[in-house]
Design a protein around this ligand. Structure first.
Ligand SMILES: Nc1ncnc2c1ncn2[C@@H]1O[C@H](COP(=O)(O)OP(=O)(O)O)[C@@H](O)[C@H]1O
Ligand SMILES: [Mg+2]
Length: 278
């Protein structure tokens, strides 16, 4: 199968500060992946570099076998920014935000057509929030704002969608609904990459994870990469991994507490605990 997106030896940073170096990975059609790493590890910077919002210092981004000009955005890639970084003071409705996604498609007229409006409504309905179409974006909940941006990213009929921390501002129920929706879109062939620092609620549900901290640490299915060793390198601290059948639970630090709990856990629930360090 031909890859959709190939990131090759990418490096980027701000002013004189390097944020990440030598990042290489590939996304295939329908691949649902997580970009996992602690806050400040450069996940947002990496996603912005891939979509051309930042110019790479070195390395290349390829799309369907063709190298992209540095700092340009592949037209078939949708991007959903981290909601915490968006200025919500803009007096625009949810529907208008979605229609803005259409302006990338080189229209002659700057104002929305009936067709744009219909498409925006269709996408808001697809992400389950058609009822907020006429509400100002700043008045919506974090989860609803995220869906508005997802609808906007879907407007150009992308083949890949990159989402930056899509679940950080919503509760568990909303997170699961969003993951379900994304998995459905993945089954229709869309490649999806979502960044997160939250291992348990997101990453363990994804078939493929890329562990990241100012560079690529490792990648693979969670059952292979969620080990105390590779998570410890990713999160730069002691990590504990519990496994039961297909379920994985990860905890950071608090080793002494976990060792105390270990005495009360059924043996099947834990696979490996690091040696007691305190
Ligand atoms: N616009 C910017 N200018 C300078 N430094 C930045 C800018 N944006 C982010 N940084 C710094 O880059 C590092 C990585 O940030 P970021 O990519 O947002 O990480 P993450 O998304 O993993 O939390 C942080 O140290 C952050 O302070
Ligand atoms: Mg971020």
């Amino acid at each position: 199968m031909q890859p959709l997106l190939e990131v090759k030896h990418l490096a980027c940073g701000y002013q004189s500060q390097t944020i990440f170096t030598d990042v290489s990975f590939t996304l295939y059609p329908g691949q649902f992946s997580g970009l996992v790493g602690p806050s400040g590890s450069g996940k947002s910077t990496l996603l912005k570099t891939i979509v051309g919002l930042l110019r790479p210092w070195s390395g290349e981004v390829w799309y369907r076998g063709r190298r992209l000009k540095p700092g340009t955005s592949p037209i078939k890639v949708g991007y959903v920014p981290q909601v915490e970084t968006v200025d919500w003071g803009f007096p625009v409705t949810a529907e208008e935000v979605v229609m803005m996604g259409r302006y990338r498609q080189q229209k002659i007229w700057p104002w929305p057509s009936a067709c744009d409006r219909a498409k925006a409504r269709e996408l808001l309905s697809r992400v389950g929030i058609e009822h907020v179409a006429r509400q100002p974006i700043g008045e919506l909940s974090g989860g609803q704002q995220q869906r508005v941006f997802l609808a906007r990213a879907l407007v150009g009929d992308p083949e890949i969608v990159l989402l930056d921390e899509p679940t950080s501002s919503s509760d568990l129920h909303v997170q699961h609904e969003l993951l379900h929706l994304l998995a459905e879109l993945g089954q229709q062939g869309l490649a999806i990459l979502i960044s997160t620092h939250d291992l348990n609620s997101v990453a363990t549900h994804l078939p493929w994870v890329i562990c990241f901290n100012h560079g690529l640490i490792c990648q693979g299915p969670p059952k292979d990469v969620f080990t105390p060793e590779s998570l410890g390198r990713t999160f730069r601290g002691e990590m504990v991994v519990f496994r039961q059948n297909d379920r994985i639970l990860v905890a950071s630090g608090a080793t002494s507490l976990l060792h105390e709990m270990q005495a009360n856990l059924p043996p099947a629930l834990y696979k490996s605990l690091p040696s007691k360090s305190v």
